[in-house]
Design a binder for this molecule. Structure first.
Ligand SMILES: C=CC1=C(C)c2cc3[nH]c(cc4nc(cc5[nH]c(cc1n2)c(C)c5CCC(=O)O)C(CCC(=O)O)=C4C)c(C)c3C=C
Ligand SMILES: [Fe+2]
Ligand SMILES: [Fe+2]
Length: 350
């Protein structure tokens, strides 16, 4: 470590979507989500009534799903655990510095403005922005970073943004290790399919240049390269997209179609969330309850679900590497592993 760089106060800001912390928060959380122009691309006088309508009509079924997880989303406690684990890794790597990890959520507490105030009050020398979205999307990464820039205007410290890390080494290794462990736990079945399920997006978002789908494919391909010991004879893999919302055409194939097809073909399914790094409604309800039922209804007998990365040591260590790389970078924005990311080296230091 460069001695000239020690003694710094380093704030690492972890971004995620946020989730309602109880039943009463479901509708306002959904309203916050649907009024975001990154989610509904329409002028605000259209977006607001549409957001009010969708959040009201969707609230009932969403509340029932959050009730299955005890009433609210586990996303904040999960993200807090990741923040503490990352602090511990960085304390080891940067012994002369003081590192504090903050959490900024996009649609529910702690909202980005509140976190920006806490970071300002802490007066860091360095700020590293770390979206917990390994694959860059305008709907997630860009939306969170835009909210941050607005909230942290004139805030202290030099800011470096970690744009994406779809094929970062420890991230890929952690996925491969968890998939292998779950496959073996299921009895190493054959024939079997490993299904990489990512959150879907409207097709028009991808057509407009969003690299998300290409980066999801890059992640899956990199993980597959490390699963040579289980893939092959009778075990194949596929990517699918879940959680479709609204009337637009979304990218596919959809996870529900793929679950049905694999179950009907007599394949054991090992389903792994490839674009989420924590457990939340899309994993604990959609993957664990809805798609599992679908598989059994269509003749499936084995449906194994690989846990999200959470605080898997290889993943947290990888985040630690990304943060130290960001700190030593001259560029304001760093793409962790994707040199062809359209966002590479764009933007100014905040
Ligand atoms: C890779 C991550 C995500 C992308 C891309 C994404 C896009 C996206 N999401 C919606 C609508 C909803 N998402 C909801 C929950 C939710 N979404 C993500 C991640 C991504 N979303 C997470 C981590 C969560 C879970 C939060 C939690 O509470 O645990 C929801 C709410 C749940 C529900 O009602 O189904 C909605 C709605 C759109 C429209 C979109 C892209 C345009
Ligand atoms: Fe979502
Ligand atoms: Fe990037």
């Amino acid at each position: 470590m460069n001695q000239a760089n020690s003694g710094r106060k380093i704030a690492v800001v972890l971004f995620n979507l946020g989730g309602p912390d109880g039943q009463a928060a479901v509708r306002p959380f959904l309203f916050n989500l649907f009024r975001d122009p990154a989610i509904i691309q329409a002028p605000f006088f259209v977006r607001y009534p549409v957001a009010a309508l969708i959040s009201t009509t969707r609230a009932k079924s969403a509340r029932a799903n959050y009730a299955l997880m005890g009433g609210g989303s586990p996303l904040l406690p999960e993200t807090d655990r990741q923040a503490r684990a990352l602090e511990a890794v960085l304390a080891q790597r940067l012994p002369g510095d003081t590192v504090k990890a903050f959490v900024a959520m996009r649609y529910w507490d702690p909202l980005t403005g509140e976190t920006a105030r806490a970071v300002k009050a802490w007066k860091p020398d360095e700020v590293v922005l770390l979206p917990l979205y390994p694959q860059y999307s305008t709907t997630t990464t860009a939306s969170s970073l835009k909210a941050w820039r607005r909230a942290y205007r004139k805030g202290p410290g030099r800011t470096t943004t970690l744009c994406c890390y779809p094929t970062a080494d420890g991230f890929v290794q952690a996925h491969a290790d968890l998939i292998r462990a779950e496959y073996v736990k299921a009895g190493s079945p054959r024939p079997a399919r490993i299904l990489f399920s990512a959150h879907g997006l409207p097709e028009k978002v991808i057509t407009a240049g969003d690299p998300y789908q290409r980066q999801v494919e890059a992640t899956a391909a990199a993980v597959v390269e490390r699963l040579g010991d289980i893939l092959g004879e009778g075990v194949d893999w596929k990517i699918s997209y879940q959680s479709r919302v609204g009337p637009l055409k979304w990218i596919g194939p959809s996870t529900d179609d793929e679950v049905k097809a694999a179950a009907q073909a007599g394949l054991a399914l090992v389903v792994t969330p490839i674009a989420f790094v924590s457990e939340h409604i899309e994993t604990l309800v959609e993957l664990d309850v809805e798609y599992r039922e679908l598989a059994y209804e269509h003749g499936g007998s084995i449906y194994a679900r690989v846990p999200a990365l959470g605080v898997a040591p290889a993943f947290i260590d990888c985040l630690g590497t990304l943060v130290t790389e960001a700190l030593s970078s001259e560029a304001p924005q760093v793409c962790g592993s994707d040199r062809s990311c359209p966002k590479t080296a764009s933007g100014a230091r905040a």
